[in-house]
Structures are given as structure tokens and as C-alpha cells.
Write a protein that binds this ligand. Structure first.
Ligand code: PLP
Length: 388
């Protein structure tokens, strides 16, 4: 009998959960606080310290964090947000949550990140038309930092704010410094979804060196309510006040405990990913495909290892052969502007040709710290056979 669904033996990404993670979660479960307790601020402080940022705000997922960041940057109807088409939909949707319009800037064919040259050209046009963006979301695709110096120089010139969507990139470096240190972004966003570098089940965090933005994001995370000793001294110990419309985007202490435990292994995870990426490079060198670009000024966190087939016409067949062999390959990303919900807004094929061309060739191979060399060899053998 042929099974209708082929079991995936080697997934494209997988969390690493150890006994100490389970113990950390159990300790919270047996404590007084499942949420709004001490584990969340502890996790926030630890991530901020690890990355060299002044402030951190944890939330229930990175999509919520992107929304909080856009709100704190005062993105609203009539404004526009620009991002890359080569990302998960959340990087763009956050602008629409605020009623802003969303547009895209094509990618650089090497880094696969938002192309600063295309950005500069589009800004020049937008400036003439009086339609400059308020926010640019720069996405560190696959864990590889964007060209933040160039984007920052453009932000200084044209006055937009920068959200760095580093959902793929915690543990990565740019110019020798940790991604998230806030040198080139108003807000940096991390995701702790299980396929990302470290996990809290669901979870996300905003890092910023701007205290005002951080306080605002923290307040919006919890209904827009403010509560402090001075307010309570004036009105009574029960008192809190909602001063704007916020959400319940809180992270639980259960999640934060898992995140804190995982954070202790962040550097090991990134090192393991890098070793496997180097090994893929060597093992795939003779195949008709392009392996990921290497940039001397960044150290990728290696969330994803994406190969681009020289012959786009065989991508689907190669993908299906790999899946049939139990290899959980994936494709990152379908260009966001080609999603039906974005086509409804007027985007059409051909709008961002570099991202579209890249998409036709891309296959994401399995990469996670627990991937053994033998499993990696199996992936490479299956790919070799699929391409034969
Ligand atoms: C995963 C991801 C998100 C969303 O993260 P969640 O924590 O799942 O909400 C946003 N942007 C990018 C680039 C991502 O990969």
C-alpha cells in the first residue's frame, strides 16, 4: 500500500529541548506566577544583555512585536511601510494592522535581503512624489544581517524609522557586533517560534535603545494600561489606568523560563548551525546550484540554508523527489506581494523581479543543531539523486 502522506524523516528545522529546559518550565509551573511574574523580565534582561541593547519587551509572538513596534513608531492610516518581498507575510502585515499602506523594495541577488540601491532609487522617487515611507522593515533573511549601514544612512537622509525583523537572526553578528544591539535600528524583533534559533513555543521580543519606545511597546502589550507607585499613591493601591488602546500580547512566565534556559545555549546553537552550513557548502560544491552567499562583515545565525537551482524548471520535481525521500525541504519565501491578499491591493508578477526569480529556484534544506552528519549526508545524497 502506498501511504497517502509521505512521512518526513528529516524536517527542515527542529527545536532542541533538554532536561534543563523541562526543569525550568516545571519550576514555573510549580511557582505562584504562570504569567506576569518574574521570569518574563528576567528573560528580557538576559536577551538585552546578550545583544547589548538597553531595553527589551517580550510578547506572545514576533508578529505581535512587529505590530507593537509599528504602533510605538506611530504608524497610522495615511502612512506607508516598506519591506522586502522575500520574507514571511508578518513583516508586511504589521503595517496593515495600523491602517498604513505597504509597499516593497526588491532584494539584492547575493544577500537576498532588501537591496539598499533599489531602496535609494525608490526613496528618491517617493521623495519627489511626497510619499516617503514612515517605517522600513529590514528583514535579516536566513539569519544574515541586512546592509544596515546603508539603510541607516538612507533613514538619516529621508527621515524614516527602521524596524529590523531579526526573527531569523538572534545570535548573528554584523560588523562584529551582535544583531539586536540597536546601533542601526529603532527596534529589532526576534521570534521564538520552534523553527527559529531559540524557542519559547510561541514568543517574540523587541529590543531597543530608545526608552520611550520600549515603555510604549510594553504598555501597548498590556491593554495600554499604566500602573505605577506614583499613580497608586495618588488614587489608591487598587488603581490602574488605561491611557490608550492596547492589546493582550503578553508572554507567559512558562514561555520565558523556556526561553531563558534556551538562551544559555544560543552561541552553541549558532556554532552548530554554522558548522553544518560549512559542511553543506563543501558537500554541494559540484552540484548545479548556488549555495548561500558569504558576507565578510556579517556572521549569519544560519536560521535557513537555501540553495538556488541553476535550472528553475526542475525545482518542483527536485522538491517532490526530496519530500518523497523523507527530506522535509521547504521554500522560503513565496514573494509576499504575490499572495492573493496582496494582489488584491494591486501588486502583480514582475513588480519585484529579483525576488520572483530567486523564488523560482529556491529550496531550503534541513538545518538545525540536532541534525547529525549522517542525516546531512542523507540529505545531500537525496539531493544529488534528485538532480541527476
Ligand atoms: C517567523 C517570522 C515572523 C513571525 O514570527 P512569529 O513569532 O511566528 O509571529 C516574522 N518575520 C519573519 C521574517 C519570520 O521568519
Amino acid at each position: 500500500m502506498i501511504p497517502s502522506v509521505i512521512p518526513i524523516v528529516i524536517p527542515y528545522g527542529c527545536q532542541d529541548i533538554r532536561d534543563e529546559d523541562v526543569a525550568a518550565v516545571e519550576a514555573v509551573l510549580r511557582s505562584k506566577w504562570l504569567t506576569q511574574g518574574p521570569a518574563v523580565p528576567r528573560f528580557e534582561e538576559a536577551v538585552a544583555a546578550h545583544c547589548g541593547a538597553s531595553h527589551a519587551v517580550a510578547a506572545n509572538n514576533a508578529t505581535s512585536v512587529l505590530h507593537l513596534a509599528c504602533m510605538a513608531l506611530d504608524l497610522k492610516p495615511g502612512d506607508s511601510l516598506w519591506t522586502t518581498p522575500n520574507t514571511f507575510v508578518a513583516s508586511a502585515n504589521c503595517g496593515r494592522y495600523c491602517g498604513a499602506s505597504v509597499d516593497f523594495v526588491d532584494i539584492d541577488r547575493d544577500s537576498l535581503n532588501l537591496d539598499p540601491i533599489a531602496l535609494a532609487a525608490k526613496l528618491e522617487q517617493a521623495d519627489k512624489a511626497g510619499k516617503l515611507p514612515k517605517v522600513v522593515v529590514a528583514v535579516d533573511f536566513a539569519g544574515q544581517s541586512c546592509d544596515m549601514t546603508a539603510i541607516c544612512a538612507l533613514a538619516d537622509r529621508y527621515g524614516f524609522r527602521i524596524i529590523e525583523d531579526a526573527s531569523h537572526a538572534i545570535g548573528g553578528r554584523y560588523q562584529g557586533q551582535p544583531i539586536g544591539n540597536g546601533r542601526y535600528a529603532d527596534v529589532t524583533v526576534f521570534s521564538f517560534h520552534p523553527v527559529k534559533i531559540i524557542t519559547t513555543g510561541e514568543g517574540g521580543m523587541a529590543l531597543s535603545n530608545n526608552a520611550e519606545l520600549a515603555v510604549h511597546m510594553a504598555r501597548l502589550r498590556s491593554h495600554g494600561i499604566r500602573q505605577n507607585a506614583a499613580i497608586q499613591a495618588a488614587e489608591g493601591p487598587w488603581y490602574y489606568e488605561q491611557i490608550e488602546l492596547g492589546f493582550n500580547y503578553r508572554m507567559t512566565d512558562i514561555q520565558a523560563a523556556l526561553g531563558l534556559s534556551q538562551l544559555a545555549r544560543l552561541d552553541d546553537y549558532v556554532a552548530a548551525r554554522r558548522r553544518l552550513a560549512d559542511r553543506y557548502d563543501a558537500l554541494l560544491a559540484d552540484l548545479p546550484l548556488t549555495t548561500p552567499w558569504r558576507d565578510p562583515v556579517t556572521a549569519s545565525a544560519w536560521h535557513l540554508y537555501v540553495v538556488q537551482l541553476h535550472d528553475a524548471s526542475c525545482r518542483r520535481a527536485v522538491f517532490e523527489r526530496l519530500r518523497a525521500a523523507g527530506i522535509g525541504v521547504n521554500v522560503h519565501y513565496i514573494p509576499v506581494h504575490l499572495q492573493p491578499d496582496y494582489r488584491r491591493l494591486g501588486f502583480v508578477p514582475g513588480d519585484f523581479p529579483v525576488a520572483e526569480n530567486y523564488y523560482t529556484r529556491a529550496i531550503t534544506l534541513p538545518l538545525y543543531p540536532g541534525l547529525s552528519d549522517a542525516e546531512q549526508d542523507q540529505v545531500v545524497a537525496a539531493l544529488r539523486e534528485a538532480l541527476a
